[in-house]
Design a binder for this molecule. Structure first.
Ligand SMILES: NC(=O)c1ccc[n+]([C@@H]2O[C@H](COP(=O)([O-])OP(=O)(O)OC[C@H]3O[C@@H](n4cnc5c(N)ncnc54)[C@H](O)[C@@H]3O)[C@@H](O)[C@H]2O)c1
Length: 257
């Protein structure tokens, strides 16, 4: 899986996914470009007693994607699951002012890496009897309101790749699904600064009025990766406390009883 570290102390989506998979008995190949962030995750995986492997690699580099899959095959001899979790926020700005070079970088890391990881992983996944890919998107892929253009664009591409790959690889027995996290409280958002007021508002925005965490994203990913979801493919699963269902109707619905 990619992006298995967390950009700060605490539990990001990637770290939670890696740890929950190890707790479920999976031999996790945890990849990240940040060695110290990865080490913290590897220490948590070690506590489960299930062997894992850390790979320091940049998925923005095609060689890095190959290195991760090759590392998995060399160490464990098989591959059953690919989780594409890496995602950076990328450059701020609208179409008028976003930096085009930073735009390309974000697409390389958030989008092209998903294609390249799949390119390297699919030959091995075809040999698995429990093959699954889970791509981590975001609710901003389907909802307006994000101040930048680039991040939602990359996350929409992840959804497009999910449904396309589900049809490409379904006949080969490889399931491809996506989780779409909402306003989860992770280092990805806290390290960019968040007031207590904003944190509270994010919680109040969802239907359950509960703060989501990386663990919520992790459990959803674990389910989609597992054989419990063996008949589920091409699905985009919001993990958002109902936020994407919470837009009230503009006028009360008319009863036709
Ligand atoms: N945290 C949220 O609120 C939230 C909400 C919606 C969607 N998401 C999505 O969840 C995913 C990850 O969330 P997270 O909490 O794990 O984020 P995170 O930033 O805490 O951790 C991601 C890890 O990815 C690594 N990484 C970044 N670029 C990399 C690269 N080029 N190659 C290898 N590793 C790289 C970082 O070093 C970091 O350790 C992303 O796809 C993000 O878009 C997050």
């Amino acid at each position: 899986m990619t992006g298995a570290g967390s950009r700060g102390e605490g539990i990001g989506n990637g770290r939670a996914i890696a740890v929950l998979m190890a707790q479920a008995g999976a031999r996790v190949v945890a990849a990240d470009r940040d060695a110290s962030a990865l080490d913290a995750t590897l220490a948590m995986i070690a506590e489960t007693g299930v062997p894992g492997l850390g790979v320091v690699a940049d998925v923005g580099d095609p060689a890095g994607c190959a290195q991760i899959v090759n590392g998995a095959l060399e160490r464990f001899g098989q591959l059953d699951v690919l989780v594409n979790n890496v995602g950076i926020v990328g450059p701020a700005g609208t179409a008028e002012d976003v930096d085009p070079e930073a735009w390309d970088d974000a697409f390389r890391i958030n989008v092209k890496s998903v294609m390249l990881m799949a390119r390297h992983a699919v030959p091995a996944l075809r040999r698995s009897s429990a093959a699954a890919i889970v791509n981590v998107s975001s609710i901003v892929a389907q909802r307006g309101g994000h101040p930048s253009l680039c991040y939602p664009a990359t996350k929409s591409a992840v959804l497009g790749m999910t449904t396309a790959m589900a049809s490409h690889y379904g006949p080969a027995g490889i399931r491809v699904n996506s989780v779409m996290p909402g306003n989860v409280f992770t280092p990805m958002v806290t390290t960019r600064g968040m007031s207590e007021e904003m944190r509270l508002q994010r919680r109040e925005n969802n239907l359950l009025k509960i703060e989501g965490t990386g663990w919520d994203v992790g459990y959803a990913t674990l389910f989609l990766a597992s054989q419990a979801a063996r008949w589920i493919t091409g699905v985009i699963l919001p993990v958002d406390g109902g936020l994407t269902s919470s837009v009230p109707l503009p006028t009360p619905p008319v009863s036709r009883g």
